[in-house]
Write a protein that binds this ligand. Structure first.
Ligand code: IPE
Ligand code: IPE
Ligand code: MG
Length: 258
């Protein structure tokens, strides 16, 4: 396989095709203002709206937002319930606007644990926007990166058991077909707000070669300016995909003279 096939267009840093965001810091934002944590989640909705609109205008193919992790059930019941209510409300209120803007909404995660009402609302929103050809907005809800990989392994095991796939056919490429977001480009850029430097079981497989960007800004304060700072940082980096810098620069010079 040629070097350019391995690296694709992504070494030549144009804007990322797929950005994933760990929207962290809502609770601290509220506490700093003497408010209860839930007020921070409510304030974070504005940042979600702004980030979606900005990503769509920037021509991104996909934006993936971590809304609720598989570990967030450990939080106090009141906070979990408030988050679910907020999710219901936002979904109901925003889906028409997403649809008008040609955005395709998908929820990734184990939604079977959500209430029937919420599951129905998710299914309706996904069905309404399924044919849209603009940006794909993935909301990760009850999502865990390890869950995603295990689920893929289970599905592949099922294929093998049914005789539709041989163990030798399991490769990085075929495995990739079974994880969430298989039809989208891998994550190019991961942003985490709130100052912590960890992945917290967000997308793992799809993050293999992502650039990581950490900012202390708390999610409710994260605006278009912060988002474009993250993109500027991404554009300035050289992604090498295991190659040498020299190889990548030669490749890019070749692409630019075509
Ligand atoms: C992120 O903000 C939102 C969710 C996890 C749902 P947090 O609620 O984790 O805020 P901090 O990290 O406690 O400030
Ligand atoms: C990650 O934030 C999950 C979401 C943003 C939805 P957390 O606040 O749950 O992560 P930890 O607990 O600090 O690792
Ligand atoms: Mg947090």
């Amino acid at each position: 396989m040629s070097l350019s096939a391995v690296v694709g267009e992504t070494a030549n840093q144009s804007l990322p095709r797929h950005v994933a965001i760990i929207m962290d810091g809502n609770g601290r934002w509220a506490q700093q203002r003497g408010k209860i944590r839930v007020q921070g989640h409510k304030a974070g909705v504005k940042s979600v709206r702004e980030a979606v609109s900005f990503a769509a205008r920037a021509g991104m193919q996909a934006l993936t937002l971590f809304a609720f992790s598989s570990e967030n059930w450990r939080r106090p019941e009141g906070e979990v319930n408030a988050l679910m209510e907020l999710f219901m409300m936002v979904l109901g209120r925003e889906v028409d606007k997403l649809h008008q803007n040609g955005i395709r909404l998908r929820v990734i995660g184990d939604i079977a644990r959500f209430s029937d009402r919420l599951q129905e609302k998710i299914a309706k929103a996904e069905a309404l926007t399924a044919g849209n050809t603009g940006m794909t907005l993935n909301i990760a809800a009850n999502y865990g990166g390890q869950w995603d990989i295990v689920r893929a392994a289970q599905q592949i095991a099922g294929e093998v058991a049914a005789g539709r796939m041989a163990p030798e056919q399991i490769s990085e490429a075929t495995f990739s077909d079974f994880v969430c977001m298989a039809d989208l480009p891998a994550v190019d850029l991961l942003i985490r707000t709130g100052g912590d430097h960890r992945i917290s079981n967000f997308v793992l497989w799809q993050l293999a070669y992502a650039e990581l960007y950490f900012t202390p800004v708390l999610w409710p304060d994260f605006d278009e300016q912060h988002f474009s700072d993250a993109l500027a940082s991404f554009v300035s980096r050289e992604r090498r995909f295991g190659c040498t810098g020299e190889q990548i620069r030669t490749l890019i010079a070749g692409q630019q003279s075509e």
